[in-house]
Design a binder for this molecule. Structure first.
Ligand code: GLA
Length: 386
């Protein structure tokens, strides 16, 4: 049974009637453009075929009630009386309600059942999926127009201000605006987007995006993430610009000796990563899988040596992936310090790739990886209407 069927069946049993609608929002994997979003730069993620499904019906009052099949718990709150309770998935839903109301939307209550299959804590944005599924639910029952960029911004606000996680805009934006069969180049300053297709291999076969979960988890991630943000802000201040997006490579090189070594490395990563991301989008448009793969490899080196956000397992995973036949390129993906790598692989050899990488990674680390071959998928949408 698919998750859509599952939430529909549980809803029907619980409420004695079919849900009025089912909404879905995806997790994501970032192909390239890491730690560039909060520098007003460029990112190139794709929504994946894993996400959160939510079967629901409107209520006549201001109550929101959501039962999570994954946690076996129901979250209940009132739109006219939003209060923080202990942390947990319910706070993301409440946070989106708060951000929407702060922005002036008049919201209606609803009740529903949800379930998801984005691995949690792996860096595949299960929280953005939850936020955008919630935004879709409110948009439907409250009958306002869907504006993907606006919903992404308000979901990010929910996460920043209500939940208290200092993330950028990438995860929410791709979960809101992704399209099937495409990755999305996002300008994180203007929020303009451009769809780009996955490039075919030279022999005309397709390429596959493979997510390689090291199963290591980021420890003190918030402090390390926030530290990187501060270092980037300090670098931008040194150049006298609003964000590192505004510093060209030649401006950086002319000034590099006057930066302290850490700030220099951080700035170098962001400035070169923005260029790599724009070049990667062009490579995809030119159907150049080799160039895209090469840029992914370079991105990994930059994150390893200059931004310093990889760990040993990520470096091993990426090295193992890169040496396989049919692998165009690989890099760590997401916030870093653990979590997943992503590889671009010739479609014809994916099965062998998965087996070999799993075996060699396990041999070198003693850990069994989790591997997901993913399809580029659509952003938050209504997937059933009754
Ligand atoms: C996390 C954040 C994103 C982005 C990435 C790094 O996923 O949520 O906003 O900063 O890290 O690229």
């Amino acid at each position: 049974m698919s998750l859509q069927e599952h939430v529909t069946a549980v809803f029907t049993e619980k409420y004695g009637t079919t849900p009025s609608l089912v909404v879905q929002a995806p997790g994501r994997v970032n192909l390239i453009g890491e730690h560039t979003d909060y520098n007003d730069g460029f990112v190139l993620p794709m929504a994946i075929d894993r996400g959160i499904w939510l079967a629901l019906r409107p209520r006549d009052d201001d109550q929101v009630s959501v039962h999570s099949l994954d946690f076996g718990v129901t979250a209940v709150f009132h739109l006219n009386d939003l209060q923080h309770t202990k942390s947990g998935w319910g706070e993301y839903i409440k946070g989106v309600a708060w951000a929407l109301q702060e922005a002036g939307y008049t919201l209606h209550g609803w009740e529903g059942v949800m379930a998801g299959n984005v691995p949690k804590g792996a860096g595949l944005s299960s929280s953005a999926a939850l936020e955008l599924a919630t935004a879709r639910a409110f948009q439907q029952v409250s009958r306002f127009a869907w504006d993907a960029a606006q919903m992404a911004k308000l979901s990010q606000k929910a996460e920043n201000k209500w939940v208290g996680v200092n993330c950028g805009i990438m995860d929410q934006m791709i979960s809101a605006a992704g399209e099937a069969d495409h990755a999305l180049l996002i300008d994180c300053r203007s929020l303009e987007t451009q769809l780009v297709p996955l490039p075919p291999a030279l022999d005309g076969s397709g390429t596959a995006v493979v997510i390689l979960d090291t199963t290591t988890r980021r420890g003190l991630v918030d402090s390390a993430y926030n530290e990187r943000r501060q270092q980037c802000e300090a670098a931008a201040a040194h150049f006298g610009v609003p964000a590192l997006r505004d510093v060209s490579i030649s401006e950086f090189l002319a000034e590099a000796d006057n930066l302290d070594p850490v700030t220099r490395r951080r700035a170098k990563h962001v400035i070169t990563e923005n260029l790599r991301t724009l070049n990667a989008a062009k490579a995809m448009q030119n159907a150049d899988a080799d160039l895209l793969g090469q840029l992914m490899n370079e991105s990994h080196i930059s994150m390893r040596d200059d931004f310093e956000i990889t760990n040993n397992e990520l470096n091993i995973m990426v090295a193992v992936a890169q040496t396989q036949r049919g692998c165009f390129g690989a890099r760590m993906t997401g916030g870093g310090f653990g979590g997943c790598a992503v590889a671009l692989v010739h479609e014809g050899v994916v099965d062998g790739f998965v087996t070999a990488v799993a075996q060699q990674y396990q041999q070198q680390t003693g850990l069994s990886p989790k591997i997901y071959v993913c399809q580029p998928s659509a952003g938050a949408a209504v997937v059933a209407h009754n």
